[in-house]
Structures are given as C-alpha cells and as structure tokens.
Design a protein around this ligand. Structure first.
Ligand code: SAM
Length: 304
C-alpha cells in the first residue's frame, strides 16, 4: 500500500476551489489526486503517470469519486505539450516525486535492494534503458560519474571498479548480485551504517529514468503554464531534487540584481512568482510513515 506524503498540507496549499483546474504530475496510486477530485466537483483534474500499473489502479479509485478527470499516460517532461493541446487554464500543479511504495515492493520492478529481482528500475516499462544496461554496459568512468553525481556516493570509484571487474567474467543479472558487489567494495564500517547499496541504487534509478533532467525541464514548463494566483506544490525525497526546486523557485521569485539599484522597478520587471512554503513532514507523520522522513514540500504562487 502507498501512504501519501504531506497530503493534508498539499491540499491546503493548493487553495482548491469548487471549479479549480488542477494537474497532478505524479498520479501514482491516486492518494493526492483522489483528495483533489473530491474538492473540485465543478473543476477538472489532469493526472500524469508513466507507469501503466499505477494508472490502472488509480482509474478505479478516481472513478468512484467523479468523472471530471483525465489520466494522461506520459512522462511529465511532456507537460507543456500535453496541456497546450488541451488549451485550458491551470490553477494548480503538483509533483510528488520518486517511486511509489508498490513500485518499490514489487520484486520484479527491480527497485529494491532488499529483494532479489532482475535489474530493471524503469518506471515506464516501455523505456529502452534499464538498470541492467547501465550496470553491464557503462564504462568505469561513466559509472563513477553517475554514482558521484546522483548518489553522492563517496566510494564511487571503488564500487565502479568492482562492478567492472565482476562483469568481465559474468553479466550482473540481479539486484542482490549487485548488492553483494557493492558490499565487497566498501569498508566494513560503512556496511554497518545505512544500507551500503542505498546510494548506488538511487544513482542508477535516477540515471535509468533521467529523473533530474525531466524534473527540471517539467518544472520550468509548469511555471510557464500556471495561471495568475495559481500554485505549484513540489514534494521531493532527496537533496538533489530539492536543490533543483529550491534554485528554480529562487530564480523566478527574486528581483534581478541589476534592477535592485533602480529607484523604482517597472511592474513588468518584478518577479512573477512568490515563494509560499518550504516545509517538512511533522514528527507525527514521520513516526507513522518512515518514507516521509526525507520529504520536503515547496510551494510557489504566480502573483503576476
Ligand atoms: C511517489 S509516487 C506518487 C504517489 C501519489 N501522489 C499518491 O499519493 O498515491 C510517484 C509516481 O510518479 C510517477 N512518476 C515519477 N516520475 C515521473 C515522470 N517523469 N513522468 C510521469 N510519472 C512519473 C511514478 O511512476 C509514480 O507512480
């Protein structure tokens, strides 16, 4: 089961009205989408996901609430194109990034370092690139680079070397095979702290799904699409995603340095956005849902 993170906070910050038009970029198992739909009886909800299993399960959930919604099976990197086709105003956009609990729990998806499965990690099963190709075909330098960049893994060179020497004899087929290789590449002490494969798995998942690039591109599209008084809520689960969101929000909500010296800043040069919130889940939420412990919600509003 997937427990939605920061659900109440998102619903409050979206400022929903009965006739709001909302885009949920990450439908997942419909936790946020269904609470939104309940509150916009005369509005409309567009929900994106790139995972057909999540879509099928959420369709039933949303249909039991209303029919004023459309599920768009697409990567949210296509947000602008898809929404321009529909030609509607947009009052709110939500991102609840990362993978859902069912995606993590289903062994065959290969996301988890706890269960044995074929190396996969694709959110969209129609994608060509999977974890298998990354682990077996990337050069040592490429592996080191993604482990540093997307996993902030300090043992990146050593893990990359072990992967390359192991696969010289045999392809790396499964998640637990990879876990054993990682364990053999890091010091004993590191193995006792958090799970030693956590950062490597995060890095490979980000690479497979191009998570940071698509998020950055999509968030910029969202800023172009949102109407005046509309809000964008973003829930991130690690510092790399959060940094992208923080920097973009700062960029679009700040007055340009060169304009600060002017006695009066012309209205059309003032920032179009205002940062509304930057919060973490309450202690109570973290206690009841461990997955929320690294979550952060940032909210921005279009003010002109
Ligand atoms: C954390 S879950 C969302 C959970 C949902 N808010 C809920 O409460 O049930 C993230 C979902 O977003 C989807 N997703 C992640 N990145 C995506 C992308 N670039 N395009 C479309 N869907 C994406 C995943 O497939 C997953 O189903």
């Amino acid at each position: 089961m997937h427990i939605s993170v920061l659900l109440e906070e998102c619903i409050n910050y979206l400022n929903l009205r009965d006739d709001s038009i909302i885009v949920d970029c990450t439908l997942g198992y419909g936790g946020h989408s269904s609470e939104i739909l309940k509150r916009i009886k005369n509005g409309y909800l567009y929900s994106f996901d790139q995972d057909l299993e999540a879509i099928e399960s959420s369709r039933k959930r949303l249909s039991s609430i209303g029919d004023n919604y459309e599920i768009i099976y697409s990567n949210f990197v296509n947000l602008y194109e898809e929404m321009k086709k529909r030609g509607t105003k947009i009052d709110g956009i939500l991102y609840d990034l990362g993978v859902s609990s069912p995606q993590l729990d289903e062994d065959e998806r290969g996301f988890s370092f706890h269960n044995d499965a074929r190396l996969d990690m694709r959110m969209d099963k129609n994608n060509k690139l999977s974890a298998y190709e990354v682990v077996n075909n990337y050069t040592k330098e490429e592996l080191t680079s993604i482990l540093y960049k997307y996993g902030e893994e300090k043992f990146a060179p050593s893990i990359a070397s072990k992967i390359v020497s192991y696969r010289a004899n045999k392809k790396i087929e499964t998640t637990l095979e990879l876990v054993e290789i990682i364990k053999s590449a890091v010091p004993e002490k590191y193995r006792r702290d958090k799970h030693p494969a956590r950062k490597t798995f995060q890095a490979i998942r980000i690479e497979v799904n191009k998570e940071l690039d698509v998020f950055e591109s999509s968030l910029r599209q969202a800023l172009d699409l949102i109407d005046v008084n509309g809000r964008i809520c973003v829930i991130t689960f690690h510092s790399l995603e959060d940094k992208i969101c923080k920097n973009i929000f700062k960029e679009v909500s700040s007055v340009d340095e060169t304009l600060k010296r002017m006695p009066i800043i012309p209205e059309n040069m003032l920032p179009k956005f205002k940062v509304i919130a930057n919060i973490s889940p309450s202690d109570k939420e973290v206690e009841s849902n461990m997955r929320s412990r690294s979550a952060r919600l940032r909210v921005i509003e279009r003010i002109r």
